[in-house]
Design a protein. Structure first.
Length: 397
């Protein structure tokens, strides 16, 4: 089961500053960068499938999550230093062992714990194509950040060297169709830029919080928690794992054009939630979908429309427990919107809880935190057989 200790480790990703030796017009945060990386990886993976190549999506998801956890643990080591450490196999093995010692007792799922340990000691267990996609996505997400800081660091003698290094690194991945599409400024570049802009959108914008989380980083947190919840299901189908992770990652995609609208407004103004959903669908069709490949659209709409409903084959909403019993198979394309919703609520809870823990609190934050906790603990909520309510008991201990 997911536990508080692992969630706290994951949440540290919102506090890790990037490019902190350069002038920055905005804060550049590890969780945001990694969220952008995984959206780029999704696009590159879809292009590889269009090119006739088989992507091991489960490996891609695991590789992305494992690398995020590793980077959170070793956040004090800057990239140039880490590159030198990588050249020393013995020292790298010792560092990875230290990472393992720091986190292994915090991972409740035994299968995930074993796989993470294997990854630390042998990253080659991840499918080569999935690794290549993740590496390319990592470099491009870093380059995207670099463009933000480039123009205000014009007198920095390192800027030209950094730019050349990043561009040369991107060239190494031009065998990937998606990278070639980006390099010729294909429409997918516009989509990636649009998703990146969600890191400018701070959640709970009217309230002071520590750390301040963005829509983009929040989306990755939801995706990782959805993945962890899904692993608690009995032998989940690979497509179910895929759908729940990428459904979590893309569930707030319409906010790229509508911006973040606070939940109390949606709940308390009669008819507002339904009207906002219609506006989101309209604006998404006009401003987001044209930048995507038509073949991807049914899946994207599945992740962004009625996104908190569990369903199969993009329709027929039904409880996750019924999917367990009858439809837990790739042929039904199962998606647990209920799990994504529980993960979204948990992310909001953590955002409020963490700020209050740091001493930055308000009636609104305390009310939101208590509302989420009561929602799941009052009725001992389970989803697909997962005792979600028990997770909140960790925060009362």
């Amino acid at each position: 089961m997911i536990n508080r200790k692992l969630l706290e480790v994951l949440f540290k990703g919102f506090s890790i500053q990037r490019w902190n030796d350069k002038l920055r017009p905005i804060e550049l945060i590890e969780m945001d960068k990694h969220a952008h990386k995984m959206i780029i990886a999704y696009c590159l993976g879809k292009y590889e499938e269009m090119a006739g190549n088989e992507v091991d999506w489960n490996d891609l998801i695991k590789g992305g999550i494992f690398e995020l956890l590793r980077r959170i643990i070793i956040s004090d080591i800057q990239r140039p230093v880490f590159r030198e450490i990588e050249k020393n196999r013995k020292l790298l093995a010792q560092l990875n062992q230290w990472v393992w010692d720091e986190i292994n007792k915090k991972i409740g799922n035994e299968m995930l714990k074993r796989q993470f340990g294997e990854y630390l000691h042998n990253p080659a267990i991840i499918q080569p194509l999935a690794t290549k996609i993740l590496d390319a996505s990592h470099i491009y997400a870093s380059f995207w950040e670099f463009r933000i800081i480039k123009h205000i660091n014009v007198d920095d003698y390192q800027i030209e060297e950094i730019e050349n290094s990043l561009m040369n690194s991107i060239k190494q991945y031009e065998s990937l169709l998606g990278i070639r599409k980006i390099n010729v400024r294909g429409k997918i570049k516009n989509f990636i830029d649009l998703c990146g802009q969600m890191r400018y959108q701070v959640r709970w914008g009217q309230l002071p919080r520590v750390p301040a989380t963005t829509v983009l980083g929040h989306s990755l947190f939801v995706a990782v928690v959805s993945y962890l919840f899904t692993l608690e299901l009995y032998s989940p189908a690979p497509k179910r794992i895929y759908n729940n992770f990428f459904g979590g990652l893309l569930h707030d995609l319409p906010e790229a054009v509508t911006r973040d609208i606070i939940s109390p407004l949606k709940r308390k103004v009669p008819g507002m939630s339904e009207q906002i959903s219609r506006i989101e669908e309209k604006l998404s069709a006009e401003l987001i979908y044209p930048h995507l490949e038509p073949e991807w659209m049914p899946e994207i709409r599945n992740f962004t429309h009625n996104e908190f409903a569990s369903k199969i084959n993009y329709k027929s909403p039904m409880p996750s427990i019924k999917i367990n019993n009858k439809y837990n198979d790739d042929q039904f394309d199962p998606y647990d919107g209920e799990i994504v919703k529980a993960s979204d609520d948990l992310a909001a809870f953590m955002e409020a809880w963490s700020s209050i823990r740091y001493g930055i609190k308000s009636d609104e934050l305390e009310g939101a935190m208590n509302d989420v906790m009561m929602k799941y603990t009052r009725e001992k909520t389970t989803i697909g057989g997962i005792a979600v309510s028990e997770l909140y008991d960790d925060f009362n201990a």
